[in-house]
Design a protein around this ligand. Structure first.
Ligand SMILES: N=C(N)NCCCC[C@H](N)C(=O)O
Ligand SMILES: O=C(O)CCC(=O)C(=O)O
Ligand SMILES: [Fe+2]
Length: 332
């Protein structure tokens, strides 16, 4: 469980890691070593941190949110043209309240996207996720922009994970070449209406499912909250140009529980509409995830207090989807 990290989450300038990301000897660089130390602290204490110096331009990150605002401003009927359905592999637009977290309706609307894959590729488990991402005609160029964004997020996630692999005491590549030969990804384009009441839950308390999440949030309202050990909810105040980065369930397991997938939730108490684009970097869909031997040896203590069953990532995801979209399944 996350320790008490109090008020502000760590801010990590990862530029040395970005510069050296393709150098197998990156760990020998003093700048990289410093970043790795900070990643280790942040992943143990909070499971959440801000990333700056990541190399993606602030203008581009902002444009992704601006265009997403434009989509959500369209009339409801227009948005419904790309409606989410089980037949579309749970891809597309979902109205406010469709998404359930802990059995309760969330006050957000969203476009959900997943990495596309060929029919049959992931057998019976993957069947329900087969389908093509649905993009609106408006705003024009949105699809193109977001596909470019996905590419940049994939590269950035891989590079941060190299740093995290070092931070856990391994080589930069403990995850690559095994469960990351064909990494899955998720993108959620989220819109939270402005409210005039206090404490309307935009997204209920949850952990993320995969390895690493990159959150691109509006920088003029604070809504994301992270739970600390004491049970207090810590607001994640936006830092323009940064990503908020957090650990998912699969990385918690792989690290033998050394790193935490921390509970978080969203409450938009602002009267203004909030947009957030979440990118989730995951293992291979079929990966059977369990603590890596190297980390079990390095951190045996953790393993005895927490025993991790092997989890197939795709099964974990599909199970989450089916509880999240219970209404969709029942009414289809
Ligand atoms: N892909 C990710 N991480 N999505 C997180 C969504 C969390 C809310 C969802 N209704 C749930 O209950 O899990
Ligand atoms: O809106 C946010 O800031 C975070 C959303 C989130 O936690 C998620 O989609 O998993
Ligand atoms: Fe989340």
């Amino acid at each position: 469980m996350a320790t008490n990290f109090k008020s502000l989450l760590p801010v990590i300038d990862i530029s040395p890691l970005v510069v050296k990301c393709d150098d197998a000897n990156m760990a020998e660089d003093a700048g990289v070593a410093e970043v790795v130390g900070k990643l280790d602290r942040a992943c143990r204490d909070a499971g959440f941190f801000y990333v700056i110096g990541h190399g993606i331009s602030e203008d581009f990150i902002r444009k992704v949110r601006v265009m997403s605002h434009q989509f959500f401003e369209l009339p409801y009927e227009e948005k419904l043209k790309i409606k989410i359905t089980p037949a579309a592999g749970y891809r597309g637009y979902q109205r406010i309240g469709l998404n359930l977290t802990n059995g309760k309706q969330d006050m957000h609307e969203a476009i959900d996207c997943y990495k596309e894959f060929k029919q049959g590729k992931h057998g019976d488990i993957g069947k329900v996720m087969e389908g093509a991402n649905q993009w609106p005609e408006n705003p024009q160029e949105y699809k193109e922009l977001m596909e470019e964004y996905i590419k940049l997020c994939i590269d950035l996630s891989r590079n941060i994970l190299r740093g995290i692999s070092l931070a856990l005491g391994g080589s930069p590549y403990e995850f690559e070449g095994k469960m990351l030969t064909d990494p899955f990804w998720i993108m959620r384009i989220l819109g939270y209406p402005g409210v005039n009441q206090e404490n309307v839950i935009g997204c209920g308390a949850h952990t993320d499912y995969g390895l690493l999440s990159l959150i691109n949030q509006d920088d003029d309202k604070t809504a994301l909250q992270v739970r600390d050990l004491a049970g207090d909810w810590i607001p994640v105040i936006p830092i323009p140009g940064s990503f908020v980065c957090n650990i998912g369930d699969m990385l918690k397991i792989l690290s033998n529980g050394v790193y935490e997938s921390t509970l978080h939730r969203v409450i938009n108490n602002s009267p203004r509409y909030r947009v957030c684009v979440g990118f989730f970097y995951e293992t291979n869909f079929d990966a059977a995830v369990e603590p890596l031997d190297i980390f079990k040896e390095k951190y045996p203590g953790k393993g005895t207090s927490q025993v991790f069953k092997r989890v197939v990532y795709g099964e974990h995801l599909v199970h989450k989807l089916q509880t999240t979209f219970q209404n969709l399944v029942e009414h289809s």
